[in-house]
Write a protein that binds this ligand. Sequence first.
Ligand code: OXD
Ligand code: MN
Length: 628
Amino acid sequence: MLKALQNLPILGNGLDKLAKINNKRVVNILYDAFKHMNPRDILILDDSPKDLEYVRQMALRAGEETKLSKNGHTVHYDSYGDQARDKKNTKVLMKYQEKTNGINSIDYYKGLHEMMDIMNGIMKDKTMIVSFYSLGPENSIFTRPALQITDSYYVTHSEQMLYRQGFKEFQKLKDPNEFYYFWHSQGYVDDKKVSVNLDKRRIYIDPYENRVFSANNQYAGNSLACKKLALRLAINEANNSDWLTEHMFIAGYSPVNGKRTTYFAGAYPSACGKTSTAMIPGSKIVGDDIAYLRINEAGKMVGCNIEQGVFGIIGGVNPEDDPEIFSAIESERELIFSNICYDEKKEAFWKDCGKENMPKEGINHYGQWKEGMTDGENNKVPISHKNSRFTLRISDLKNADKENLHNPDGVVISGIFYGGRDPDTNYPVSESLSWEHGVLMGAIIESETTFATLEKKVSIKPSIMAIGDFLIVPKGKYLQNHLKFGKRLKKAGNCPKIFSTNYFLKNEKGYLNTKLDKKVWVLWAEGRVHGDYEAIATPTGSIPKYEDLKTLFAQVFDGRVYTRKEYEEQFSLRVKKYLNKIKRMRKLYDPKIEKDIPIELYHELDRIEIQLKKLQKTKGDNISPFDL
Ligand code: OXD
Ligand code: MN
């Protein structure tokens, strides 16, 4: 079986490790990768502590990470033009008859040729690092095994923290051909150890072979295939089957002084409050980014986090706004910062970190940094990149749900949140009137663009179920799958409730809510799952009653007074704005362009529009919740 590899420069006892896996497809993939990318040698890693430690040390030795003052803390820098996801150059290799509106694709063979050209010899003089992961807990129906090939120790180190080790999983694959695999190379790096050939940065996804090629990049959203690249493959798989792959956190919430825990999954576009919703004080966090959802034998929706770590945005993390994350980041543990600033004492700083001793100079995502300096395009260089991040293990968080983190059965999910960054239309929280309406709530998320992608201008964009950036199946197919899933849950009598949230409503003075208010919305939804609160039904969803929120605000924030005025401004039905949103959504889901959108969703749009117009005639463009 290993014959093809016997004469290759495999380091140490790598061949023995591969013998334990005994998988022909793995052997063929490694052989091809070696022949094509031409590395100096090959490092095969298993799940042993020794191998994990070796990678940590090599990331430092190779200069891809630098040690900071706190034990276990390191910092990694991506190239100045490679500090967010590259949407433009991330493409799906598609056979021509399947080209689909809205999916950034390239002809299968043209793309493959381009990629193979770019990756030809790309690992010259480097080590090809091979590691194995399990996306999802071991021995679970959720699990997808993944094989990563890369020449970056930072990528390997990050994946070792963010994903469950999968060497053992590979030893017992039921179907030896069933796994994802990834080729990644950072390409040529300069003396700062950052990728240089950004013009040749490409990320091509091949759903036919369940593989991804990624070259000339280091930013984790482009390079760590187990994250957003495997997400795309899993979306494709789920949508050709009967489960869901979602850009969702999973967390459990308990009422103030209550004992029960109710699990929710939530989809928010990047940098729109997903991690902080998962981690509101008192929550039990299972995952903050990617969930697989299935229906179990009891007919209940169950979800698992396919990751075991957090790659979170660090800007604005401070003791007041994100106490749980801040305390984890500030204590000694294995942790990788990216694109933050450090001073001469090797202390880490980032925008709005709440520290008093903010430096005026240091090393940051630009290189040597001084306050007030500008980059080559005359943009002021802030202390840290807007998309600077931290990587840590969920088990290191005080509020990790230790019991369920690796539960092979997942957790039963009773509610779903959909949220976006919407300055002027949607309520802070509302409950869908049905599963179909809930699916529509997700399908019509619109959000101001943020900094997790390389786009420069801020604009409001649709972000279907916050997964639009990653969808590699047609929207219609994806939405049909959600409806089918809901039908099965309804039939079993276990349909979770769906809620829409919006933390970003503004008036001319600024945001209408503080960052911490989301805890009240979440606890209201938690109570609704158990029938604790009544709600006011409106065409766009059911909203909380003032008295319930007043009580919740007082309970959650030690007697904070929530005024009728605040409630009225936040929960007014913005009829005109919503009607405009419907117009935009009709364009987005124009049946001439988008085929196979489920008719249930058009029916929901029609219903909302008719009901809103009727209300508009008698009550005007903006209706107080006290008049609903
Ligand atoms: C992420 C993203 O990094 O969605 O999670 O961009
Ligand atoms: Mn994400």
